[in-house]
Design a protein around this ligand. Structure first.
Ligand SMILES: Cc1cc2nc3c(=O)[nH]c(=O)nc-3n(C[C@H](O)[C@H](O)[C@H](O)COP(=O)(O)OP(=O)(O)OC[C@H]3O[C@@H](n4cnc5c(N)ncnc54)[C@H](O)[C@@H]3O)c2cc1C
Length: 310
């Protein structure tokens, strides 16, 4: 007989782990499915200084271990290395199709599959991530006090974050591949009026260079003239978009630009199906709100299950 659960949590990042903590404390018949190891993007985050309760900060790895241990203390069943390739939200009960074969059905589902930053794909980027290459200004800006840095991108996020980073960095080079920014006019005006920002137009990054302490500079190419140049700096913020991990989702779930639409209780347009964390359509993607949304999503699932049982 196919496996059936009251609640399935899809994804084991901060949102999924927090939902799992609440579900296991509530003694729901629940399983968490995670294609890698629990922790999500936090596993690849060098250091976290903005999660409350840890006054000295802690490594992303340590935070993942603590979140996982806390959920397991209450008996959460975590299945690592289990990828879900399809979700049937039109069937009753809902069904998840596993990459390794087989399926699990459930009365309620929390989707917490997260997102991933778009990358440049240039030499040096991967090796230097966490050593001067960052995808999150809010997370890593304060590490670049009085240094010269670059922001790559030209959309609202890149331009707004370039302005934010001038609070810390002594100079922010905003590098954009076109001759005009995509950001809204008001955001552009703020950047142009900021003396800490130097906009480099029509330019792409070809390579990120390093020395013993991490990022040391960029090799640039002007896309119009073909001229090459080098910039000496110690930090690069790549802010060229975020890709939702939505490949397994069916068309019937409501998305905005690929991210799941929910109400304030994390309910999607499908009854009994919640979403939490970076996969949601929202502005701020951080551990703290991902975890909070995981808790809210689990409580919405509990309410749904108890109403259903009546
Ligand atoms: C480099 C970097 C640094 C950051 N630094 C900070 C910081 O300092 N402070 C901060 O607050 N935030 C930081 N963030 C943001 C933070 O990591 C995210 O907001 C947070 O991890 C989102 O949690 P989540 O649970 O929604 O998703 P994720 O952490 O993305 O976790 C989603 C999980 O779902 C799993 N999954 C996806 N698809 C499937 C599938 N089909 N089957 C099974 N499992 C699946 C993934 O393997 C992953 O483990 C950083 C992000 C990055 C990229």
């Amino acid at each position: 007989m196919a496996e059936h659960r009251q609640l399935v949590i899809l994804g084991g990042g901060p949102a999924g782990l927090t939902a799992g903590l609440y579900a296991s404390r509530a003694k729901l018949d629940c399983v968490m499915l995670e294609k890698g190891m629990p922790g999500g993007q936090v596993m690849v985050t060098d250091w976290i200084d903005n999660y409350p309760g840890f006054p000295e900060g802690l490594s992303g790895f340590d935070l993942c271990e603590k979140m996982t241990a806390q959920a397991k203390r209450f008996g959460l069943e975590i299945r690592s290395g289990v990828e879900v390739t399809g979700v049937d939200l039109e069937s009753e009960p809902r069904k998840l199709i596993l990459a390794a074969g087989g399926e699990i059905s459930c009365d309620s589902l929390i989707i917490a599959t997260g997102a991933r930053p778009n990358t440049l794909g240039v030499p040096g980027e991967k090796e230097l991530t966490g050593r001067g290459v960052s995808y999150c200004a809010t997370c890593d800006g304060p590490f670049f006090r009085d240094q010269e840095i670059a922001v790559i991108g030209g959309g609202n996020t890149a331009v707004q974050e370039a302005v934010y980073l001038t609070k810390f960095a002594k100079k922010v080079n905003l590098i954009h591949r076109r001759d005009e920014l995509r950001a809204t006019r008001i955001v552009q005006e703020q950047a142009m009026a900021n003396p800490g920002i130097n906009i480099i137009w029509d330019t792409v990054v070809q390579e990120i260079k390093s020395d013993d302490s991490g990022v040391s500079g960029l090799v640039l190419e002007n896309v119009k003239s073909g001229a090459k140049s080098e910039l000496t700096l110690s930090g690069v913020f790549v802010l060229i978009g975020t890709i939702p991990n939505n490949e397994m989702l069916p068309d019937c779930i409501e998305l905005v630009d690929g991210f799941i639409n929910t109400d304030a209780e994390m309910r999607t347009n499908i009854p009994g199906v919640m979403a939490a964390g970076d996969i949601r359509n929202k502005e701020v993607r951080q551990v703290i709100n991902g975890a909070g949304e995981g808790a809210v999503a689990e409580m919405a699932a509990e309410h749904y299950l108890s109403r259903r049982a009546k």
